[in-house]
Design a protein around this ligand. Structure first.
Ligand SMILES: Cc1cc2nc3c(=O)[nH]c(=O)nc-3n(C[C@H](O)[C@H](O)[C@H](O)COP(=O)(O)OP(=O)(O)OC[C@H]3O[C@@H](n4cnc5c(N)ncnc54)[C@H](O)[C@@H]3O)c2cc1C
Length: 464
């Protein structure tokens, strides 16, 4: 970190000419914003609370196993992903999901049932009854609802309850670890919601959408933020939690004094603009002194707890092949896990030779209590869930548990009001921007899009 910008006296001002943009939080959102600002020739300082960059994107390699604590993969939903990997010269480290991973399963009556991939297998699929399938024919003739709906109400109304139970409910827990009865259709799945009035209906519209490819990196998802962190060099300071921002008038637009701690000592830095890229509860703490109402709004965003269990086995412990991406568990099955990703079948290099690995999820908005079991109970529960489904013999050779006390922000009913408050905050505090997964979408791709939009807005702001 260039020390001419920093001061260890709270309230101290930068003596430098142009002030930097200060970013609070080095998750993928904050890092991408920093990367693109720097590329545009704008000086940035990123302050990160933890000892490593990446936020939710964390990967670990131990004893030949490579496991993810957060996202296991991401969909290439935006050309920004390819652009970013190219700019960082790591396109050759991208790995796509192996061909067999196109096969995905839903648990029905305790059995793995393939998700149909074409019209014929859909018609033959035991996931839905003939009546449930015929119900889809009515869909193009169903109009829009007058008021905001939950994902569950939206799907029940348009596609029928069987589609909710054995398609959308498990899908929602795979994406958000969320509860479709609580998530807002319009805020949580804006693209799906928009399809309602296009393509002659939602179902046809979903079929018409091009499939995005699933990717990771050879050394795991964290190598993406880690590479950005390296390229930022001294512009990124770790172990440096931001505590508050204070706007100070300078001409027509305020500059901001950002207070933070570094190695326990207080420091301040003045900024031409600030980007809040920390999770909502942390951002709430940072802005509370200047906008307690907005802080309350941010604190109201629900992040359910989630436990992620990585389990490694000898491949011959499975009496059933791991021949796909993994499986999702519908709520109606009343099991304790949300599903399991077959990590070693998905990407190469996740397990030592002759071994296989699974990543199993417990908790989320549907069953938060299961994420809170102690380690011993959690390990036993994971095996109780996996054993009958995958016919596993014996115990795992390797097991690691990650707990997210607050995993993924839920875009629940009424979320548009939170988004409106964020817009109002940014209008009231010109030069303060919010760029995080609780604003423009939770996926890694959505975080990149949000970061790029914020960078464009900052460039406009600095021009003025
Ligand atoms: C278990 C799990 C599985 C997921 N699976 C997928 C998936 O398969 N595919 C997918 O696309 N997405 C997935 N996601 C979602 C995706 O990973 C996240 O939405 C995304 O990584 C969030 O990035 P972010 O930068 O907005 O926030 P974060 O990653 O939360 O980063 C915020 C950063 O701010 C820092 N911070 C906090 N307080 C302060 C402070 N006071 N000062 C400075 N810094 C601070 C934090 O330490 C953190 O580094 C998953 C998420 C989780 C948790």
């Amino acid at each position: 970190m260039p020390d001419h910008k920093m001061s260890e006296n709270p309230g101290g001002r930068s003596k430098a000419g142009a002030l930097p943009v200060v970013i609070a939080g080095a998750g993928i959102s904050g890092l991408c914003a920093a990367h693109w600002l720097k590329k545009a020739g704008i000086e940035v300082i990123v302050l990160e609370k933890e000892a490593e960059a990446g936020g939710a994107m964390k990967s670990r390699r131990e004893q030949g196993w490579l496991y993810e604590l957060g996202p296991n993969s991401a969909l290439e939903t935006t050309p920004l992903i390819e652009q970013l990997l190219g700019e960082l010269s790591i396109l050759d480290r991208r790995v796509y999901a192996q061909a067999g991973a196109a096969r995905r399963y839903i648990l029905k009556n305790g059995k793995l049932t393939p998700i149909p991939m074409n019209a014929r297998s859909f018609i033959l699929s035991p996931l839905w009854s003939p009546k449930g399938k015929l119900r889809l024919l009515r869909e193009p003739f169903i109009g829009r609802a007058g008021e905001e709906e939950s994902v569950a109400d939206f799907v029940r109304r348009r596609l029928g309850s069987e589609m909710l139970d054995y398609a959308v409910n498990p899908f929602v827990s795979g994406v958000y670890a969320g509860d479709p009865e609580k998530l807002s259709a319009r805020s949580a799945f804006p693209k799906m919601y928009a399809l309602e009035s296009k393509h002659g209906g939602l179902f046809k519209g979903l079929l018409a959408r091009r499939k995005a490819k699933l990717f990771s990196l050879r050394e795991g998802m964290q190598s993406l933020p880690a590479t950005i962190a390296v390229s930022l060099g001294e512009s990124l300071q770790l172990n440096a939690p931001v505590e508050r921002i204070v706007p100070m008038r300078a001409g027509r637009f305020p500059v901001y004094t950002v207070s933070y701690r570094s190695e326990g000592k207080p420091g301040t830095v003045d900024a031409s603009a600030v980007v809040l890229a920390a999770p909502a509860p942390a951002a709430a703490g940072i802005i509370r002194p200047i906008d307690p109402e907005m802080a309350k709004t941010l604190e109201s965003i629900y992040y359910p707890p989630l436990a992620v269990a990585f389990s490694g086995f000898r491949s011959d412990q499975f009496l059933r092949p791991l021949d796909g991406f993994g499986y999702l568990v519908p709520g109606i099955e009343h099991r304790r896990s949300l599903g399991s990703i077959w990590s070693s079948a998905l990407f190469p290099g996740r397990a030592p030779a002759g071994c296989s690995a699974l990543t199993t999820f417990l908790g989320g908005a549907r069953q938060p209590e299961w994420a809170k079991l102690d380690d011993w109970e959690l390990r036993a529960t994971v095996m109780d869930e996996l054993r009958p489904v995958l016919n596993i013999v014996g115990e795992p050779l390797f097991s690691r548990i990650t707990r997210w006390e607050r995993a993924i922000p839920q875009y629940n009913l009424g979320y548009h009001r939170i988004l409106e408050s964020i817009d109002r905050f940014e209008q009231n505090y010109r030069g303060a921007f919010i760029c995080a997964n609780y604003k423009g979408g939770i996926s890694v791709g959505a975080c990149l899009v949000s970061a790029q939009q914020v960078v464009e807005r900052i460039k406009e702001h600095l021009k003025s």
